[in-house]
Design a protein around this ligand. Structure first.
Ligand code: ZN
Length: 444
């Protein structure tokens, strides 16, 4: 039997090859994985007893042309029918099951179940992204995390051992250092001056605050790569990491439910989907696959989640496909701008729109941060933090952009603010619907 470290290495080796597979080979591989998942789900998971019948033929084969007939799985389904989503048993090769509970700050708690194989897939994706960013597992990571103020305290932090692939002897030299989230920025900076990490892992807002404090104190700390955790980061944080720490950002798009979905392309813009471990669909306002450059809802189907199959799960984000990447990786690429589904705007006539304005638009307005909110059937409000309070940007041009991007009869108000309140999840949502006739279920 293959042991876990061997399997981990095999999986990683496959991903290093499959990232340049032809679209036909990738599709074939995905369908192979999806077929197994669908057959397993129908047999072992009460929730799917009949739900997948639209795609399962008389002979047990899958009719891929009917894929879109499978209903979208929502977070509401998970909160209300979570137990029905748990498999009675999982294939032996998928290893032990794990259970965890996630209590969303906005939604009801949900139970998540996973397998060892899903963890192996997650690790392999992680190692691949480290490799994309030319990270050296013999070097150290400083990670600011943990909500226990008595653990991983200043000045010593905690040493959590190596973080690289277990099969590579170089990993033994690399250390993962932890310092808890209650440590003051000043102390975190002292800690980093001492351990001199090559990489920093923490939430984007924490990193942003740390960088501003370093600037204020005149502390010069450099490291190579910033590993954002927990949420997508904006242009502002990316630029700050570069300016203050000289660090490049390795972007990650992940969720508690579906694991690691996509990693930033090291060549620049966008994120490559981990298409060997998850099917990502982007659907337009009519539920049809969105074309390149068109915004839509992200729907995911992780392949290895046999303990709790999520088949066509509404991730709660908005993204766009980008054109084929020039970096040589053939994995589909999505825009790095991921918005929450709560940023879907609705017209009283039933039309729904989810589109991004461009970074250039925000600059035209002279805003460092902004939030575009639907506040009434026809009313939109743009709240923004001016870079310079003496200068009023081109509000008329932005109003025109909003009418073009969303609804031609939109009325747009501008409100200059000193700061934008983060949402219940601690993140600033750039697109919010405060009118909400048909708001998607919030999630953590
Ligand atoms: Zn690329």
């Amino acid at each position: 039997m293959t042991t876990k470290p061997d399997l981990q290495r095999q999986f990683f080796d496959m991903l290093m090859e499959s990232q340049s597979w032809s679209p036909t080979s990738l599709l074939e591989y995905q369908r192979g994985q999806l077929s197994q998942l669908i057959i397993h789900a129908k047999k072992q998971v009460p929730f799917y007893a009949t739900r997948l019948d639209a795609v399962i033929g008389q002979d047990g084969g899958i009719n891929w042309d009917r894929w879109s007939k499978i209903p979208i799985l929502t977070r509401k389904d998970m909160t209300e029918r979570g137990d029905e989503l748990l498999a009675r048993s999982v294939p032996q090769a998928h290893g032990q099951r794990t259970m965890s509970r996630t209590s969303g700050t906005t939604g009801a708690a949900i139970t998540l179940s996973s397998t060892q194989l899903a963890q192996v897939a997650l690790n392999a994706n992680r190692f691949r992204s480290y490799r994309w960013n030319q990270m050296d597992w013999a070097k150290d990571i400083c990670s600011i995390f943990g909500d226990n103020p008595t653990q991983a305290t200043f000045p010593n932090g905690a040493r959590l051992g190596s973080w690289g692939p277990p099969w590579d002897p170089a990993s033994a030299a690399g250390e993962l250092w932890q310092i808890n989230r209650f440590t003051s920025n000043e102390d975190v900076l002292k800690f980093m001056e001492r351990i001199k990490p090559a990489y920093l892992g923490t939430g984007p807002k924490t990193a942003q605050a740390l960088a501003l404090e370093a600037e204020r104190l005149g502390v010069s700390i450099k490291f190579d790569v910033f590993l954002p955790q927990g949420s997508m980061l904006g242009q502002l944080e990316r630029e700050t990491m570069q300016r203050v720490f000289g660090a490049h950002t390795a972007e990650l798009y992940s969720s508690k439910e579906a694991g690691q979905l996509a990693h930033g392309c090291p060549s620049g813009e966008g994120l490559h989907v981990n298409a060997e471990t998850v099917l990502v669909e982007i659907l337009d306002e009519y539920g049809k696959p969105a074309s390149v450059g068109q915004s839509g809802r992200v729907i995911v189907t992780p392949f290895y989640n046999s303990a709790q199959p999520l088949i066509r799960y509404e991730q709660g984000d908005i993204a766009q496909w980008m054109p084929t990447c020039g970096c040589g990786r053939t994995l589909p690429k999505i825009s790095g701008l991921i918005g929450r589904s709560t940023g879907i705007f609705y017209h009283p006539d039933g039309r729904a729109r989810a589109a991004y304005l461009r970074m250039a638009d925000r600059q035209l307005l002279g805003a460092s941060e902004w939030q575009i909110s639907q506040t009434g059937p026809h009313l939109f409000e743009v709240r923004y933090v001016p870079v310079d309070w003496q200068i009023v940007g081109d509000e008329a041009a932005i109003a025109t952009r909003i009418r073009a991007a969303y609804f031609e009869d939109a009325e747009v108000r501008f409100v200059r603010v000193v700061g934008i309140e983060p949402g219940p999840n601690g993140k600033i949502a750039e697109y919010v619907n405060n009118w909400l006739p048909r708001q998607a279920t919030p999630r953590s």
